[in-house]
Design a protein around this ligand. Structure first.
Ligand SMILES: [Ca+2]
Ligand SMILES: [Ca+2]
Length: 155
């Protein structure tokens, strides 16, 4: 009986610990607009073009994603996403995927990690930081990119 109680207390302690460690409070929010992509990679064959969508997240947040734009390498989304930001984690992750409908896994078309600190850092004195347009380039050709428009602010 005592052993059982010990286990229950132990499990309870672990749950409390997990809750505590995941309870870091956000100090602000990032608003990111996925605007459009240009000259993206074709990951379909024959006469078909990729069906791109974007997954994006800021460190400490769940992934979010845009709608799928069918059969295009120059998609236009204009979709807005809001993320929390936490102390010390300020990277915006961007992945473009080709949706496949024939039962295959979707194909990764490109990915980029954007360090928001390189653009500007909101402070108590200037709590809104308008990053403006960001090119998420997926190779060095100056083609194959997604344009985002982002701002972040402290609560
Ligand atoms: Ca494909
Ligand atoms: Ca496809």
């Amino acid at each position: 009986m005592a052993f059982r109680s010990t286990i229950i207390i132990f499990v309870f302690a672990i749950i409390c610990l997990l809750n505590y460690s995941s309870a870091a409070k956000p100090i602000g929010a990032v608003s990111a607009v996925v605007v459009y992509g240009e000259e993206l990679t074709n990951k379909d064959s024959g006469a078909d073009l990729s069906d791109p969508y974007v997954k994006l997240w800021v460190d400490g947040n769940h992934k979010k994603q845009t709608t799928v734009k069918k059969n295009t390498l120059n998609p236009y989304w204009d979709e807005t996403f809001v993320f929390n930001f936490f102390p010390g984690s300020h990277k915006l992750h961007v992945e473009v995927w080709d949706k496949d409908y024939n039962g295959d896994n979707d194909d990764l078309m490109g990915q980029a990690v954007i360090d928001l600190d390189n653009y500007c850092i909101p402070t108590a004195a200037a709590p809104v930081c308008d990053i403006g347009g960001i090119f998420a380039e997926f190779d060095d050709t100056h083609l194959n990119y997604v344009v985002l428009d982002a701002k972040w602010h402290l609560f």
